[in-house]
Design a protein around this ligand. Structure first.
Ligand SMILES: [Zn+2]
Length: 191
């Protein structure tokens, strides 16, 4: 079934005006709706979805979302409670405390304390946690009294790779959802 692009655009625009639940949007086969709908559903524990919502998205999608959510929750917990070790505990080369004693230095002690009191708690906040995409900026904005600038930078280099996992998991989830969704003829919207 072919639907010309302007008609498809009109249809999608009209549907945008309706108050459609995220679970319903996920099933309508409009590619551009899948990512925001999936992210909306992931804002709450998947097990808290109503029975109707779970039936609407189906077992496979619910399992995909639930697995991703669990993996990211465990990953977040691990990052929150483990201050990134800078150069295997030696600190940044330019740090005044660089060397085997760095892990017992005021620099490392301040880093560990700040990590838990500011970053760790922020990542684990029950209602308004720091999101991974904002975490790096947040960490850079922290007044890291006692930690050398070089160690903060080196620590961020270590943690940046860990924050990437969130994007990787989301990409895998979206790929799976795209592959498992029968696209609607109204999906033929070209920009
Ligand atoms: Zn240091």
């Amino acid at each position: 079934m072919y639907i010309c692009s302007p008609a498809a655009r009109w249809f999608v625009d009209q549907f945008e005006l309706l108050d459609i639940t995220a679970s319903h949007k996920l099933t309508l086969g409009i590619r551009t709706w899948i990512e925001p709908a999936a992210k909306a559903l992931l804002r709450q524990p998947i097990y808290q979805l109503s029975m109707a919502e779970q039936e609407e998205i189906g077992f496979d999608v619910a399992l995909t979302l639930s697995n991703a959510q669990q993996l990211l929750a465990e990953h977040r917990l691990q990052i929150a409670v483990t201050p990134p070790h800078v150069h295997y505990g030696y600190g940044a080369v330019q740090c005044a405390h660089y060397g085997s004693e760095h892990k017992r230095s005021p620099c490392a002690e301040a880093w560990d304390r700040i990590w838990w009191t500011r970053v760790g708690r922020g990542l684990l906040h029950p209602t308004n946690p720091i999101t991974f995409d904002k975490a790096e900026t947040f960490i850079r904005s922290i007044e890291s009294t006692g930690v050398s600038t070089q160690c903060v930078t080196a620590g961020l280099d270590v943690i940046a790779a860990k924050f990437d996992l969130h994007e990787q998991v989301m990409n895998r989830v979206l790929q799976k959802l795209y592959e498992g969704t029968s696209m609607s003829p109204f999906n033929q919207v070209s920009d």
